[in-house]
Design a protein around this ligand. Structure first.
Ligand code: NAD
Length: 425
């Protein structure tokens, strides 16, 4: 348990790597995981550091540092995003790679966990410079990439275009077009239908399952959403269509409240026009802090990490917290939410819709046969519902909260694969 009575302790509470470790330890202990396997799973299987020389537009030569970490490939190729940011560290990439191992295992898709990053500030780089960084980074890590080895995806400050450059660079080296080497590609280059909506859709599906599980109606269920980006925006749109009532939306520049439900399409149009959710005629403005603590059936944090901490967890009045963002709740807050009887759908399950449809993209690329959107959505639902039920069943069977249950299920699946394969020597 982390202490909470000093600034140092607060820093410790907010450290996502310590948070992930705390959950790993708790789950491993509950599972009675073999000490040797614990050692194996604590460390990434491979860490690659590359120094990338790149000619800048003004003729100068600059060197950027990049990483790719493969945490586990026991259940399949590594899977995980590549981020471009000035504060990327090997430690961060390492922790995010492990996180991907657990996320893929909890929804039972045949991928391991990986993550990559390049230390750079994309705001200061031209499109041409970003392309050269991406291509040289890809060339440097190329021996470790491949549809059967490691399959990157977009993450912070990378996008469809970045994936197209990686795919092209890899293809030039292997001598044929290899679309399955990355996911999150443009639709015209082997991307999947339904991918932009997938994470928000996955959140909606597990929120519906949670309500059913608790014997509560979906129609009219009050929802508060933090973040109106990819996850929160899609989540809001799909949940409103499914009969939920989005009573509040929280963004960086303010929050909105309408007890009868916000008109999400009108709000999206307003934001597109003005660049902000504030000033929207269909709702009253409210303090973001107040909005986070409104009474509701579902709170969907879908913006950033560490928004439910020891400082505010006791004030959360949601029956269900559906974690669209990665790491929105600290371990100390977990305990408080549990004491207050809040039903938490942990991030590694709730936001796994994105990686699940990435898996579908990889499958379609390898098949060379593309599915229509209904089929993508139907298969996504099947996976989310099945694994929601497994996590909840595990929690009940082992008398633990849903988060520890999700980690236990994931650890169990990965450890089982390692045991079955045996240790190559
Ligand atoms: N996009 C995906 O497929 C995906 C998959 C899994 C997990 N996630 C996680 O979901 C979270 C959101 O990702 P995204 O892709 O929607 O990002 P995004 O950048 O599209 O959207 C994030 C939104 O949150 C808002 N925001 C930032 N800080 C805020 C704050 N303090 N209060 C209120 N709003 C705030 C931003 O203005 C932005 O509109 C991240 O934690 C991400 O790691 C995303």
């Amino acid at each position: 348990m982390l202490a909470t009575n000093s600034i140092g302790a607060m820093e410790q509470e907010l450290n996502p790597w310590l948070a992930a470790e705390a959950r790993f330890d708790q789950a491993a202990t509950r599972l009675g995981l073999d000490a040797g396997l614990c050692k194996v799973l604590r460390l990434p299987s491979k860490e690659i550091t590359v120094h990338i020389p790149v000619q800048l537009d003004d003729g100068r030569l600059e060197v950027f540092t990049g990483y790719r970490v493969q945490h586990s490939v026991a259940r399949g190729p590594g899977k995980g995003g590549i981020r471009y940011a000035p504060d990327v560290t090997l430690d961060e990439v390492r922790a995010l790679a492990a996180w991907m191992t657990w996320k893929c295992a909890v929804v039972n898709i045949p991928f391991g966990g990986a993550k990559g990053g390049v230390i750079c500030d994309p705001r200061l780089l031209s499109e041409g410079e970003l392309e050269r960084i991406t291509r040289r980074y890809t060339a440097e890590i190329l021996p470790f990439l491949g549809p059967e080895r490691d399959v990157p995806a977009p993450d912070v400050n990378t996008n469809e275009q970045t994936m197209a450059w990686i795919m092209d660079t890899y293809s030039m080296h292997v001598g044929h077009t290899a679309t399955a080497v990355v996911t999150g590609k443009p639709l015209d280059l082997g991307g999947s239908r339904g991918r932009p909506e997938a994470t928000g859709r996955g959140c909606m599906i597990v929120a519906q399952e949670a309500l059913k599980h608790l014997g509560m109606p979906i129609e009219g269920a009050r929802v508060v959403i933090q973040g109106f980006g990819n996850v929160g925006g899609m989540g809001a749109k799909l949940m409103a269509q499914a009969g939920f009532r989005i009573i509040s939306l929280i963004e960086v520049d303010g929050a909105l409240y309408n007890p009868n439900g916000l008109d999400i399409a009108a709000l999206a149009a307003h934001r597109k026009e003005t660049g902000s959710i504030t000033g929207f005629a269909g709702a009253e403005s409210i303090l973001p802090d107040e909005a986070m603590h409104l009474e509701c059936e579902v709170l969907l944090p879908a913006a950033r990490e560490n928004v439910i901490t020891s400082l505010n967890a006791a004030r959360i009045r949601a029956r269900i917290v559906c974690e669209g963002a990665n790491g929105p709740t600290t371990p100390v807050a977990d305990d408080i939410l549990q004491e207050h009887g809040v039903f938490v759908i942990p991030d590694i399950l709730a936001n796994a819709g994105g990686v699940t449809v990435s898996y579908f993209e990889w499958v379609q690329d390898r098949q060379g046969f593309f599915w229509n959107e209904d089929l993508v959505n139907e298969r996504l639902k099947e996976i989310m519902v099945e694994n929601f039920n497994r996590v909840v069943g595990y929690a009940e069977k082992h008398s633990v909260n849903n988060r520890i249950a999700a980690y236990m299920l994931a650890l169990d699946r990965v450890a089982f694969a390692i045991k079955l394969r045996g240790i190559y020597a």
